[in-house]
Design a protein around this ligand. Sequence first.
Ligand code: GLY
Ligand code: MN
Length: 434
Amino acid sequence: MDIANFARRRARAAEMLGEDSALIVAAAPELHMGLDGEVRYQPDASLYWLSGFTEPEAVLVLCPSSEWPFVLFVRPRDPEREVWTGPRGGTEAACAEYGAHAAFPITELSDRLPRLVGHVDTLYARIEYGRPVVDAVVLAMLVASRRSRPRTGRGPHTLVDPSVLLDPMRRVKDAAELAAIGEAARITVESFHDAIARVRPDAGEWEVEAALESGFRTRGALGPAFPTIVASGPNAVTLHHTSNDRRMRAEELVLMDAGARAAMYCADITRTVPVGGRFTPEQRALHDIVLAAHDAAITAAVPGGTVADMHARAVRVLTHGLVELGLLRGGIDELIESGEYRRFYPHRTSHWLGLDVHDVGDYVEGGHDVPLEPGMVLTVEPGLYIPVDTDAGPTLLRGSGVRIEDDVLVTEHGPDVLTRGLPTDPDRLLPLMH
Ligand code: GLY
Ligand code: MN
């Protein structure tokens, strides 16, 4: 991604910080498998969003009133370790390639951070498990300031979670981010075409998982954005079924929920098809209800709309369908009011999508639903799940589930379905199975 994008975001963050605040964002250390195998590192999303820097353990500091408004603390060069885990940029690259005004080895954090930001009133920093050194420095600054502030009139007295500042900005995507999400969506759509062609009676769920993830990597994605879900028959009732260890049967449905991470950004698609290539009338009815809910929710993904309204529209269509199928009895309004529908639809309809698959950003602020704005990207993913022990509705549907999920960009001209390259209408989707 163009380095200028990161500089623009830092400039916006700096404007919000002002002269009396500093922002500290720390990346997690590496995780290991067994004694000394490294788990592939997942860079810190906010640190990346502000700098493009992806190495473990880095700490980013923005402090507009400091001599160096943008500082990176990074792992120092270490030729011995680099033999095993690859080159490190060190402090030099932090300045030359990422534009830091100054960069220091992470080992100097406790000494240098108080000198960099010890004069501000407010620290935007997170106290979190797994980063004891950063936590200790931040707490030490607060304690030191409590003692010195009465006489100096300066020093941190307020600690604010960085998400308060960063998440509302990350919630609206810029052009570079939209290009990355578009790439992840394209790769996911194409890989679903591969995977759907692999669905057949007696195939293992793992074969469809392999087709999806092979498709992601073959097309240049970093890999799956979250554990791939391939849930046949009763497994679909488990919303995040990820063991993918069952052979699917001809008369069942199979629910596939997967997304690629490409250029750091995520996509997230779900489709449900009949394993044998044809829906029974009952399965088709269930799918049609979920598709109607999906379409109704997408229509509401417009500027000024809300995620809550999209959800309410989906719930109404689903509840109506549950009554028609004989799974629920009663008036639609009462069934919605009482939450009865949740027996078959226990999750929400949408989540933000971006650097994280369930991306950051509140849905409610100051007691009000956040109005949708152009540049926001969210999933639309209604579903219905009929547990095996359900004692109403068609017997044939017990132990099955349908979810249909697309990724939608809110624009001034209405919803832009980024994943529309993969049909939702069974008449166009099922032919991909052959
Ligand atoms: N695709 C998994 C989820 O959204 O929870
Ligand atoms: Mn999702």
